[in-house]
Write a protein that binds this ligand. Structure first.
Ligand SMILES: Nc1ncnc2c1ncn2[C@@H]1O[C@H](COP(=O)(O)OP(=O)(O)O)[C@@H](O)[C@H]1O
Ligand SMILES: [Mg+2]
Length: 422
């Protein structure tokens, strides 16, 4: 069959790479893709959020399976539009994707499903904020809608809280996405995430992972889209059963009850303290860079798994994972997550890839006259596999040492938290 992957990040490169190994796949398209996806797929210059053009293309090419990477097209109903035309597409429909598209909705679902999460209030106006935020000395103030991971303010005083509330409700820095806000108690602990395949009814957990959000070593500096990840995350060990039974399944049930059965990848962001955890948020898709450490460990044919989700037959699938660990180090442009330059030539890609158990997943890259150039903030993700996390980290950094471009920056401590943990 012909497969279309939507998106252009490291996540999509990892998905395209994995799909290329399926005997059932004859041809892969990636829209819009990057220089890495071009190796296995034909890149199509359609922006990921142009649902109409994407639909037209899929119909013309008779695409047998479309896989959606980013959240925006999901929340904007790409799955609904494709299904109306009889096309098979992997991901939640708009109603179910609201679990990521609206933080207020997500909180409401968690409350109804009895999922443990931070105490919260939903606020729509500045008067309401002044009246009802008195209890909060510290808080996470969040834009309700999609804000590309930039809509959350961690506030450590009443004045910081009101400052963030003002920016969102009056300054409208995220437009309508911030016209309703969620204010939460601050949780303490360590973050980790777990992704699950869902078919509307059944849930199969993937292996756990831990992202590194801050730009600098030791979790210092500004928040980013993610500077690296590793899998499995020892901090999640032993919690899987509870995550399945107290988080994933109740949420699935609650969404089905609301007429929005969830099909696709459900991503739970957790705050873990000892053997206890609370859910920070849900995403309606594969994570980036989590996918770059999870998917290389998956041994099943990905097409079988994705189709089982679409067809409600996930109970027939036995997920198999490669033993050991994976570690992904993100190489970013100088200045990221602030302003950065593009168009720098990348050296050493072939050398890095030549190492056994090293994969180079492209994010912001493009091909120009046979040269690979930087084309985004996060440029590459170098994944190393290994029998232990130590070996996986070593392999990832061996790959990194081969690569260079002007202004390249990366963290030197990806996976460090897992060392010494069982
Ligand atoms: N209640 C909370 N307590 C402590 N930290 C939080 C809380 N909510 C969010 N955060 C921090 O803010 C980050 C972003 O919040 P999240 O809800 O995941 O939104 P998004 O990923 O959409 O930006 C989290 O990864 C976490 O580090
Ligand atoms: Mg998040």
């Amino acid at each position: 069959m012909k497969v279309l992957v939507i998106g252009s990040g490291g996540r999509e490169h990892a998905l395209v790479w994995k799909l290329s190994q399926s005997k059932r796949v004859k041809k892969i398209f990636c829209a819009p893709g990057n220089a890495g996806t071009a190796e296995f797929a034909e890149n199509v210059p359609i922006p990921a959020d142009d649902i109409e053009a994407m639909l037209k293309f899929a119909l013309k090419e008779k695409i047998g399976l479309t896989v959606v990477g980013p959240e925006a097209p999901l929340v904007n109903g790409i799955v609904d539009e494709f299904q109306k035309k009889g096309l098979r597409i992997f991901g939640p429909n708009a109603k179910a994707a609201l679990i990521e598209g609206s933080k207020a909705f997500s909180k409401e679902v968690m409350a109804a499903a009895g999922v443990k999460t931070a105490a919260y209030k939903v606020i729509v106006g500045i008067d309401e904020a002044q009246m009802s935020l008195g209890d909060f000395e510290k808080a996470a103030v969040k834009a309700d809608g999609l804000a590309s991971g930039k809509g959350v303010f961690i506030c450590n005083s009443k004045s910081e809280i009101m400052g963030a509330v003002n920016k969102l409700l009056q300054g409208k820095i995220f437009g309508d996405a911030g016209s309703r806000i969620v204010v939460e108690e601050l949780l303490e602990g360590e973050e980790a995430s777990i992704l699950a395949f869902c078919d509307g009814k059944n849930v199969k957990l993937m292996v756990s992972s831990q992202d590194h959000k801050r730009i600098f070593d030791n979790d210092k500096g500004a928040n980013t889209g993610g500077m690296g990840a590793y899998s499995p995350a020892p901090i999640v060990n032993g919690l899987e059963k509870k995550i399945l039974q107290k988080v994933m399944l109740p949420v699935m049930k609650e969404l089905a009850k609301r007429g929005a059965p969830y099909k696709g990848v459900l991503y739970a962001g957790l705050m873990i303290k000892g053997k206890d955890f609370k859910v920070l948020e849900f995403n309606a898709r594969f994570g980036d860079p989590e996918t770059q450490v999870v998917i290389p460990r998956l041994e099943n044919d990905l097409v079988d798994v994705l189709e089982a989700c679409i067809d409600g037959k996930l109970d027939k699938i036995d997920l198999k994972w490669r033993e050991g660990s994976a570690c992904c180090v993100v190489l970013a442009s100088k200045g990221y997550p602030g302003e950065y330059e593009k168009g720098k030539e990348i050296q050493g890609l072939a050398n890095a890839k030549a190492f056994k158990d090293v994969f180079v997943f492209h994010a912001g890259t493009k091909l120009e006259n046979g040269r690979v150039l930087t084309n985004g903030g996060r440029v590459l993700g170098v994944t190393g596999l290994g029998k232990s996390i130590k070996e996986a980290i070593a392999n990832a950094y061996t790959g990194v040492s081969q690569i260079d471009f002007e202004g390249m920056q990366f963290r030197h401590d990806i996976g460090k938290k897992a060392l010494g943990r069982k």
